[in-house]
Design a protein around this ligand. Structure first.
Ligand code: NDP
Length: 303
């Protein structure tokens, strides 16, 4: 199968590319930079969709970029890097004489309202309530294909929690303070911490590229929550990481400090959280390699 991956050069994209190539598939990356095995977004817009059987979009300015101050320019980049790339790719699919059979958009769990008690599945109703949930709404809307195309191209949306892996994402930023014994809970620590190991997220994306028997074509995308089935809190994550690293975790970071450093709109990702169940992901037969924190963190830390 030939797979086109927007943002395939990033943290999740590298893992997915590796997995697909190991399964014998061909990968072409869509990037801002030209290069071997890549096309640029400009080339996609002007030249149309290259021949492919599946397309994925993973593009997006990093929400947790510690080098960027939370301001209007950053917020604009967060939106345009996701919504504009998704629009370009979905329009290229819709305009293609031979559209792919699968179109997978990876968004996030920020659409579900943070709560200590509510539990969400893919079937949960939601309406935007803050900046990040509005982003998810616009992003997923940009990915929608016209009905006549959706009859032959299966649309899938995967909503991951915090992606944990050795080579990028949140762990890259957390490892040093935790190694130094300076790690601790964030905010109250009681907030849910939806997470997934990067290998499992790549696995769910690859799983979504293959047609599921008995799934009728639909104008509405099929949603899969890209989270581990274990429902953990930030406290449990912090203690387990400390245990695996054999380091103390006695330095909690108060919520107001995180908000002052990151801006309250994005601090929500760390200081609040959602209990998200991967109900449809499990029902579809996907088998997790790392269903619990202990196995995931041991693999990442390398013990
Ligand atoms: P990365 O931060 O690694 O970025 C992925 C790619 O996006 C980059 O390699 C880059 O490709 C492209 N990109 C970055 N900035 C811009 C920009 N300003 N404009 C256009 N393209 C840009 O992302 P991840 O691999 O960590 O995540 C993949 C997707 O999953 C993202 O959409 C993210 O929002 C979502 N997600 C990630 C989570 C996580 O914890 N990592 C959690 C929940 C959702 P290039 O330089 O080649 O153009």
């Amino acid at each position: 199968m030939r797979v086109l991956i927007g943002g395939g050069s990033g943290f999740v994209g590298r893992e997915l590319t590796c997995l697909l190539k190991n399964k014998g598939h061909e990968v072409t990356i869509i990037s801002r930079q030209p290069g071997l095995g890549k096309i640029t977004w400009g080339e996609l817009e002007s030249g149309g969709l290259p021949p492919c059987e599946a397309a994925v979009n993973l593009s997006g300015e990093n929400l947790m970029n510690p080098l960027r101050w939370w301001n209007e320019g950053y917020r604009k980049d967060l939106f345009s890097s996701r919504v504009d790339t998704t629009t370009i790719l979905s329009q290229a699919i819709a305009g293609s004489p031979s559209p792919p059979h699968a179109w997978v958009l990876v968004t996030g769990v920020a659409c579900y309202k943070p709560s200590l008690t509510a539990q969400y599945t893919e079937d949960s109703e939601w309406t935007p309530f803050d900046l990040l949930s509005r982003l998810v709404k616009e992003w997923e809307w940009a990915g929608r294909l016209p009905e006549n195309i959706a009859q032959n191209t299966r649309q899938v949306v995967i909503r991951p929690g915090v992606v944990l892996g050795r080579d990028g994402g949140a762990m890259k930023q957390m490892m040093t303070p935790f190694w130094l014994g300076l790690g601790g809970t964030l905010g109250s620590g009681r907030q849910p911490f939806p997470w997934i190991h990067v290998s499992d997220l790549a696995g769910i994306i690859a799983h979504a590229l293959v047609p599921f028997p008995d799934t009728p074509s639909s104008a509405v995308p099929q949603v899969f929550n890209g989270v581990a089935p274990a429902l953990n809190t930030n406290y449990e994550f912090t203690k387990e990481l400390g245990r695996v690293l054999r380091r103390p975790t006695v330095f909690p970071v108060p919520g107001f400090v995180i908000e002052a450093l990151m801006g309250s709109e994005r601090a929500i990702v760390l200081t609040q959280g959602q209990k998200v169940e991967p109900k449809r992901t499990l029902e579809s037969g996907f088998q997790y390699q790392y269903p619990d924190l202990s196995s995931a963190l041991k693999e990442i830390v390398g013990r």
